[in-house]
Ligand binder design. Structure first.
Ligand code: GCW
Length: 703
């Protein structure tokens, strides 16, 4: 014990620990690079509280614990407004007991604590103690402590005991090896495979730190429309370099694989998953990956979907395909197999195809296979009902896939805060023994990343909130959207209560605003084909019917909406009876999903008494008005935000206000061309004739 204390006192490793962590970012003032990790100086009583905290952090030399210690020392110095006087990190092989008085201690190998990233933080010995069973728990604990302090909490009242709700909390990057990001609106890829392994961009370390700060623990580094390059020997040292940089932050590296790779790069005649040579090839690739990266996470697979190869090319099932890869990986990792499938030949309602394909395979997947299901049955639309697969495969681990990058929600520029969107699905009762969040708890959540080479990482400052919210919800899906918005805005912009009251309101309302001006009342997929940016409800001439917006709205002179009742596609029957019952009667149901499940005449009476047509037009108008209101709210916040970020957000809101009108006008002009109805009294007519909206082309659209 005494020996331990002596050691502790001797091993003052201030600079070393800070340097070893590599966490120092290259951020400039307020260009958004620092994300929510700004640790802006506290004021008043909160400042006095952190100034009263000890300046010595006791840690041990484990690389993750050292990082946690350095983060704490640096974060506290910043919060104290004394960035030039960071605290001291003292490292020892194991912490001495009793804990040194008046210290901040990271006690990271306590076998009495729960594993899996859990931690506890409490006042101890005149200081604070973070305790965990494993180093990564301490890292999460350090970030959680800094978050509490950043929000102005009195350290004496901090008592946290947390454990993540699910084991896999991941980001999926749809990044191609050439640096282009599919559906990416924040510049180019953060991965420079060309320069790796010799050069590792410091941004990749900052990225891992940001992920860890919100509890994320894995990332798939390449697009699900996968290049086989990632399975070649040439990529092994590149992947290894990234994995080595991420390891101290607890981020495991995964890759997307191309199912036909054994044939394409392996020189085999086939990629049939039941062929022993194919199986041996996958095993050899997995072995090579694990030799380079012992904690390699596993494979993500998009198979037999949108033209990607898959087991069905060899008349095998998704389970055959997934299991072949899962056996190659073995207990070392997982195979995440996507349920996002719909085929050109299948004439059933697209919303039903994944369920039809996967439910019969329940129980046939190996234990290390996880089936990854999008939040809704079509494709990340502004509003969809939850996916009917959740709850319908009780013998298969299901993972939730959300899209952080806003492919169908205004991409980089529209301010849309997505926590309420994801929570709508996570909180939904499947009627089959739990909510979606409960169904996925044994597996996890993956978010399609919105990160890129832009200085602000995410294409706009408010898009950072969606990265933040996704991590926080994967850690704890019971957090409220308000709490997450408040935490994020306070850390990112200002802790001033007046500011937070306005900005949290603005964020919370933003999701319904985009639904209103793009696809109200349960409409979906009305975006122009290809770029998915602006409106294209008239598009109806593409070869694959389900790639046409007209397929989803089924609008004509008489009415609008997709009949998914027993009289139509009967997609409703894929839900538990208690859920289907809620959506089966168009007169009684939640009207937010009306046209998703029902085809109704334009003069259908809503509960408000107004006709469908009048209500639809009213909702588009409300969406436009909501964006105007958001812009007004933001305009009043100049005093709280630095000029650079204030102007950036103001500009984006100007774009959003213009484009909300575009969506409204184009949609109304088109529906009117079908139904021939006059606009409700007092309604502003579309600014241009329909032909104008149809003529707009965007060959320069990003993503
Ligand atoms: O949302 C759609 C996108 C495709 C994407 C696909 C998928 C990666 O438009 O770009 O491909 O979904 O999820 O596989």
């Amino acid at each position: 014990m005494i020996m331990g204390r002596v050691l502790v006192n001797r091993l003052v490793a201030l600079a070393a620990a800070v340097a070893a962590c590599g966490a120092a970012s290259v951020a400039q003032a307020e260009d958004g690079y620092k994300l929510w990790l700004r640790y802006a100086p506290l004021q008043g009583e909160a400042l006095a509280h952190v100034r009263g905290l000890p300046r010595v952090v006791y840690a041990d030399p484990d690389p993750t614990v050292a990082l946690a210690g350095a983060e704490l020392a640096r974060g506290l110095a910043d919060l104290r407004g004394e960035s030039s006087r960071p605290g001291v990190v003292v490292t020892a092989s194991r912490l001495a007991r009793p804990l040194p008085p008046n210290s901040l201690s990271l006690d990271c190998h306590d076998p009495s604590q729960p594993t899996g990233g859990a931690f506890a933080v409490s006042p101890a010995n005149g200081g604070l103690r973070v305790v965990a069973a494993e180093p990564v728990g301490c890292l999460y604990g350090a970030f959680a402590l800094l978050r509490e302090l950043s929000l102005g909490r009195d350290p004496a009242t901090i008592n946290l005991a947390e454990r993540p709700a699910m084991p896999l909390r991941m980001l999926d990057h749809w990044d191609n090896p050439d640096g282009k990001v599919e559906r990416g609106y924040a510049g180019r890829s953060i991965f420079d495979w060309w320069k790796l392994p010799e050069h590792l961009d410091e941004r990749l370390v900052d990225y891992a730190r940001a992920d860890a700060s919100i509890g994320l623990n894995g990332a798939v580094v390449n697009n699900v429309n996968a290049s086989p390059l990632f399975l070649t020997d040439r990529y092994l040292p590149k992947l290894k370099r990234v994995a080595d940089a991420w390891r101290p932050y607890g981020i495991r590296l995964y890759i997307s694989v191309r199912f036909s790779a054994p044939h394409e790069i392996g020189g085999l005649a086939t990629a049939d998953p039941l062929d022993p040579a194919v199986q041996a090839w996958w095993k050899a690739r997995a072995d090579a990956l694990y030799a380079a990266i012992p904690d390699f996470g596993g494979f993500l697979v998009k198979a037999n979907s949108e033209g990607e190869p898959g087991p069905q090319d060899y008349h095998r099932s998704h389970a055959d395909g997934a299991n072949a890869l899962a056996r190659a990986v073995g207990p070392r990792g997982v195979v995440i197999w996507r349920a996002f499938v719909y085929s050109a030949e299948d004439k059933t309602d697209r919303a039903m195809q994944a369920y039809n394909e996967f439910v019969p395979l329940d129980g046939k997947f190996d234990a290390n296979v996880i089936v990854q299901v999008k939040n809704g049955p079509i494709d990340f639309q502004p509003r969809e009902p939850f996916h009917p697969l959740f709850g319908a495969m009780p013998h298969t681990r299901l993972m939730f896939e959300g899209q952080i990058t806003k492919e169908y929600l205004g991409q980089a520029t529209h301010l849309v805060y997505l926590a309420p969107y994801w929570k709508e699905a996570l909180d939904a009762d499947t009627g089959r023994g739990g909510t979606v969040a409960q169904v996925i708890a044994p597996a996890g959540m993956a978010g399609v990343a919105n990160t890129g080479s832009d200085r602000d990482w995410s294409g706009s400052h408010f898009n950072q909130a969606n990265w933040y919210a996704f991590g926080r919800l994967a850690w704890n899906p019971n957090l409220s959207s308000e709490q997450i918005a408040r935490e994020w805005a306070a850390q990112t912009f200002s802790r001033d209560p007046a500011f937070l009251a306005k900005v949290v309101t603005l964020m919370i309302g933003s999701r319904q605003a985009v639904v209103n001006y793009m696809t109200p009342l349960g409409l979906a997929h009305q975006m122009a084909t290809g770029h998915h940016y602006g409106p294209g409800p008239w598009v109806c001439d593409l070869k694959r019917p389900e790639w046409n917006p007209c397929y989803y709205a089924k609008a004509d002179k008489a009415g609008i909406g997709f009949d998914r009742t027993a009289g139509g596609s009967n997609a409703l029957a894929q839900y538990a009876p208690s859920v289907a019952a809620r959506w089966s009667d168009p007169r009684l149901m939640d009207e937010d999903y009306l046209l998703w499940f029902h085809h109704v005449p334009w003069d259908f009476r809503l509960r408000s008494g107004s006709t469908l047509w009048a209500d639809l037009v009213g909702r588009y108008d409300r969406g436009v008005a909501q964006v105007d209101q958001m812009a007004r709210m933001w305009a009043g916040q100049a005093a709280y935000v630095d000029a650079e970020r204030f102007a950036d957000v103001s500009d984006d809101l100007r774009i959003q206000a213009r484009e909300a009108r575009w969506w409204r006008d184009a949609s109304i002009a088109y529906w009117q061309s079908l139904n021939g109805l006059p606009l409700p009294a007092g309604t502003r007519p579309p600014e241009h004739p329909l032909e104008y909206y149809k003529s707009l082309q965007f060959p320069d659209a990003p993503g």
